[in-house]
Design a protein around this ligand. Structure first.
Ligand SMILES: Nc1ncnc2c1ncn2[C@@H]1O[C@H](COP(=O)(O)OP(=O)(O)O)[C@@H](O)[C@H]1O
Ligand SMILES: [Mg+2]
Length: 1016
């Protein structure tokens, strides 16, 4: 046994370096202190890494057989086993702890070395013991030969068929099989141990690591080439344009979802990551899981993010910890209708090895930690995630959904990393149980939009003009947060920049613009030169309806990739395809027949489906109720309320359309509904009228859509439980609410918006964690500004951002409070908001916890405090405000006499900031609650606050936890309490107060009748 005097493995010593001799790690106390680091090291690798640590510990007899057995239980989470191992070695004293550290180091070295050191006596009289003390080396020697050794051992009568089969189980890796063979030898007294010792000696000494073998090398290079080719270009259109991903890729905002309310330090906002940090440990939900989940709405860039990951890997620029990366798309996978195994999935539906299939597969199964699988778009997989059917054998075939779900759960290819993307609606609580980390893709930041435009338009001036346009039209800028809109704006830059080009406001406006763009580009050069002109849609109506029918059928059957047969069934011909909206399906995962096609993006599929619903002759208008979530009116009195225009055909058969709408996924229906509302709006009526033989039919559909939409909103509001007497009526938006609002916005009818909220009497509208971005803000403002009574609007934990704040301004007048916690808002956004708020009589509370505010916005806030006579609460916790900002705010407070709540939790105002605030608060007439928790305040600040308390006669609660107060400061506060007669609660926990301070407080309390609580 070889040992070093100090054995910290890399990553454990100070600064991540191996420590020098005699470091604290080598004592038992040091070991315990570094337990979480050690644990991280043990669980960060694969099960193989952990088991080789056990091999070393067993060979040095640090672990007994019983210990070993309890630590190598099948199916137990690695984190649990690792914790158990730490407890076990701890119980063995300092020696055990030291040995564990050495074992981790040895195991790390093993994984880099083809042949571990150590030689054994093949003729040892104590074969079982020899086998055990050279266990790591013997396992490595047996690796790759277990099958042959098993055969020979059975032939020579050392083991039975039954024992062989138990070792050969497909769930075991080669090393695990070797370990099981050795374990069997330790209990069989029939010479198996001696046989293994002798035979292992005769096996060839490995000269290369397993992946360095020729078949693996060849496969790795083939896979890299394949993935590089697949990931090089972005979705193209009509084949004429090739956007190279490398040239156009722009980082989007990737946020970490942490459990709200979980213990632990609050993260400073925004907790955003770069793509390269995808696998770094951030906000783990389940540390034993393999799957990283990336959630984002349609068009937020999920597929592109994966594509970037693939291309970085294939180019050797990042993610090189993976030797093999297998990209899959769920929409493609669901087309596989025959049972398949892991092997078939990887080799037949991604990339097949030219030589040594078996060896390559063996390597993948033995070294899952070097493998990454990506699955794009779970929301486009027609099967719901379930963990009911367990499938553990990589060789046995099963249905595609079972294979995918077991891969995600880690029953198959445990330790192989998986990245799964999905729209939020398809993520269930059950799936989250198997997720290691959840990230949310929130699209481009404002800087991102600019960067994207500059990358897309390198010719001089164009990007500048586009950016100027975006700056001037906030609705369009709001849409551009989603990359798919940025792409459309870029694509249509000529139309947008020409004089009188108009400025699209709604999603439908933008899609109609791009439709026009595509149609023009596919028309004759002569026509294209003259612009769209009247009737440009009519000429293409048959094509639009063919595409629409295909799109709608697809939505109704969860189909997003279309075979030649399906195209034929919807009468989609070459002319329709040549328009450019259908492109060859991405990824060559599924082969056979002529190349299948898919829509440029799922939102285009919804757009064409909407076109069909609006323009097709055989569409009963009442089918639209499925879109807006309305129940069938039946023969109830409600039916009588239907405008006569709508019900004329309602009793007739609705046929396929209604069935498709009933079956479609809600998240696609919602997008389609918004497009239908947009297409039927007055704004676009003349455009569509030219395609419709009967203007009446269009009006009928418009009336129906309007009616269903209004009714759904009313139903939504009526489902709200009545307010508790004495409290504001509070509503948490139900699923789908935002989409109804968005549809209403697409219709752009003030009257409808007014009607929708007419009966709404709600004091508090809560839309937390609802994926509210700028586009949703625009829609909310469009509707809410018609409220008759003021509302508290709670938008915490969304991605409102600066652009969204701007979109909210029209409804600020009806807000009495605005809660915007965790919304990535910067000074720019907040200054605009305040500028507007100054004239909003109703607004009394602003909560801006955990955003990106700095001192730069404090001038605006000071103005708000000074000028707005009825303002009550300002909460600025967990931002970046320093003493400078606090001093500016203090100036605002000087002329304020209304503020009751002021929150600074987790900023950095320090002593000077506290002094500035204290000085003006001494005379303040209304402030009841002040929080300066976690602000680096020491004695000087405390003394200033004490002086304030002596003078102030209104403050009821002062929160000073987590500062640097010492006895001296606390004594001055105590002294002040003797004179103060308003303070009820004083919070001082987590400071540096000793009994001296506590005693001073106790004494003060004897002379104070108002104080109710002191936290110390
Ligand atoms: N990070 C990005 N950089 C540049 N363009 C992007 C980026 N993300 C998305 N896009 C553009 O937006 C379009 C839609 O993005 P996509 O990845 O398909 O969204 P999702 O999969 O979330 O629906 C892409 O085709 C691409 O043109
Ligand atoms: Mg996608």
């Amino acid at each position: 046994m070889e040992q070093t005097s100090c054995a910290c493995p890399p990553g454990l010593g100070p600064d991540g370096e191996c420590c020098s001799q005699g470091c604290a790690m080598c004592t038992q106390e040091g070991f315990q202190a570094q337990r979480s680091q050690l644990l991280g090291l043990l669980v960060s690798g694969s099960l193989e890494g952990f088991e080789s640590v056990l091999d070393w510990l067993l060979s040095w007899e640090v672990l007994s057989r019983e210990d070993y057995e309890s630590l190598s239980l099948l199916g137990q989470p690695l984190s649990l086993l690792a914790r158990r191992l730490l407890d076990t070695v701890w119980s063995k004293g300092a020696w055990g702890c030291e040995q564990l550290i050495t074992a981790v180091q040895e195991a790390q070295a093993d994984s880099r070395n083809p042949e571990p050191h150590g030689c054994w006596d093949p003729h040892s009289p104590h074969a079982a013991r020899e086998l055990q003390s050279h266990r790591p080396a013997i396992i490595r020697r047996l690796y790759g030969h277990v099958e042959g050794v098993l055969g020979l051992a059975q032939e020579q009568g050392f083991i039975s068929q039954y024992e062989c089969d138990a070792i050969r189980l497909p769930i075991f890796t080669s090393s695990q099989r070797a370990r099981r063979l050795l374990d069997l030898a330790s209990v069989k007294a029939n010479g198996l141990a001696a046989f293994l010792l002798r035979h292992a000696q005769e096996l060839p000494v490995p000269t290369a690591l397993p992946f360095e073998a020729a078949p693996c090398q060849k496969y790795m290079s083939k896979l890299r080439t394949t993935v590089a080719a697949q990931s090089r270009f972005l979705s193209t259109y009509d084949g004429a344009e090739n956007l190279c991903l490398e040239d156009i890729y722009t980082d989007s905002v990737l946020g970490v979802r942490t459990d709200v309310g979980s213990a632990g330090p609050l993260q400073k906002s925004p907790a955003t990551l770069g793509l390269g940090e995808l696998f770094h440990p951030h906000g783990h939900l389940n540390e034993d899981a393999d799957t990283v989940l990336v959630v984002g709405e349609a068009g937020s860039g999920k597929s592109t993010l994966l594509q970037r990951l693939h291309s970085l890997w294939a180019a050797g620029r990042d993610f090189q910890e993976f030797l093999f990366v297998f990209p899959f798309s769920c929409r493609q996978l669901q087309r596989l209708d025959r049972p398949l195994s892991v092997r078939t999935l990887l080799f037949e539906h991604c990339c097949s090895p030219d030589v040594g299939q078996q060896d390559v597969l063996r390597f993948l199964l033995d070294h899952p930690d070097r493998v990454l699988l990506t699955f794009d778009g779970l929301d486009e997989f027609r099967f719901r995630f379930t963990d009911r059917e367990r499938h553990c054998s990589p060789n046995d075939p099963t249905s595609i959904q079972n294979l995918l779900f077991n891969l995600l759960q880690g029953n198959l290819l445990k330790d192989a990393r998986k990245v799964l993307t999905s729209r939020p609606d398809a993520v269930s609580a059950l799936l989250r149980r198997y997720v290691r980390a959840e990230l949310s893709l929130e699209g481009f930041s404002e800087e991102g939009i600019e960067m994207y435009m500059r990358k897309h338009h390198r010719e001089p001036g164009v990007a500048d003009c586009l950016l100027r346009l975006l700056r001037a039209t906030s609705a369009l800028r709001g849409l551009c947060r989603l990359p798919v809109f940025s792409w459309m704006v870029s694509k249509c830059h000529r139309e947008l920049l020409q004089p009188g080009g108009g400025s699209p406001k709604t999603t439908t406006d933008m899609y109609l613009l791009i439709l026009q763009h595509f149609l023009l580009h596919s028309s004759s050069p002569d026509q294209a030169a003259h612009g769209p002109g009247p009737g440009f849609l009519r000429g293409r109506l048959p094509s639009l309806l063919h595409l629409g029918c295909l799109a709608l059928r697809g939505l109704g059957t969860c189909c997003y990739v279309f075979s030649a047969k399906q195209l034929q069934a919807a009468q989609v011909g070459p002319e329709d395809i040549s328009l450019g909206f259908l492109v060859p399906a991405k990824g060559q995962g599924v082969r056979g027949g002529s190349a299948p096609l898919e829509f440029l993006h799922v939102t285009f599929q919804c757009f064409f489906a909407a076109f069909y619903l609006v323009l097709s002759a055989d569409m009963p208008p009442t089918s639209l109720r499925h879109l807006f979530g309305c129940r069938r009116p039946s023969s109830s009195p409600l039916a009588r309320l239907l405008p006569t225009l709508c019900i004329q055909r309602s009793e007739g058969p609705e046929g396929g359309v209604a069935a498709w709408l009933r079956e479609a996924e809600p998240h696609n229906l919602q997008i389609t509904a918004a497009f239908v509302a947009g297409l039927l709006s007055r704004e676009h009526r003349s455009l569509l009228a030219e395609c419709q033989a009967s203007g009446k039919a269009l009006l009928r559909r418009h009336a129906c859509a309007r009616w269903y939409l209004a009714r759904s909103l009313r139903q939504h509001f009526h489902s709200i439980p009545p307010a508790v007497p004495g409290e504001a009526k509070s509503v948490h938006a139900l699923p789908g609410f935002l989409w109804l609002i968005r549809s209403l916005y697409e219709m752009q009818e003030e009257q409808l918006a007014r009607e929708a909220v007419r009966g709404l009497s709600v004091g508090h509208l809560k839309l937390t964690f609802c994926g509210v971005g700028p586009a949703e803000c625009a829609a909310l403002a469009f509707v809410l500004r018609h409220l008759r009574r003021p509302v508290a609007l709670q938008l915490d934990y969304n991605s409102v951002g600066d652009i969204g704040v701007e979109q909210l301004l029209p409804c600020l007048g009806v807000c009495k409070a605005l809660y915007l916690r965790d919304n990535d808002i910067s000074d720019r956004g907040i200054c605009k908001l305040i500028e507007h708020a100054l004239s909003c009589e109703q607004l009394q509370k602003l909560a801006l916890f955990n955003n990106r505010l700095t001192d730069d916005c404090t001038h605006s806030m000071a103005k708000l405090l000074a000028c707005k006579r009825n303002f009550l609460a300002l909460r600025l916790g967990n931002n970046h405000i320093t003493a400078v900002g606090a001093a500016v705010l203090a100036q605002g407070l000087r002329s304020n006499s209304s503020l009751q709540f002021l929150g600074f939790w987790g900023n950095r105002v320090g002593d000077q900031g506290a002094q500035a605030l204290a000085e003006v608060l001494g005379d303040h007439q209304s402030l009841k609650w002040l929080s300066l928790v976690g602000n680096n305040i020491g004695s000087v600040g405390a003394q200033a606050l004490a002086l304030m308390l002596e003078r102030n006669m209104v403050l009821e609660e002062l929160c000073l936890e987590e500062n640097h107060l010492q006895d001296e400061g606390v004594c001055s506060l105590a002294k002040a309490l003797k004179r103060n007669s308003s303070l009820k609660v004083l919070k001082l926990s987590n400071n540096r107060v000793t009994y001296l301070g506590a005693e001073a407080l106790l004494q003060a309390l004897e002379r104070n009748d108002t104080i109710l609580e002191v936290w110390c």
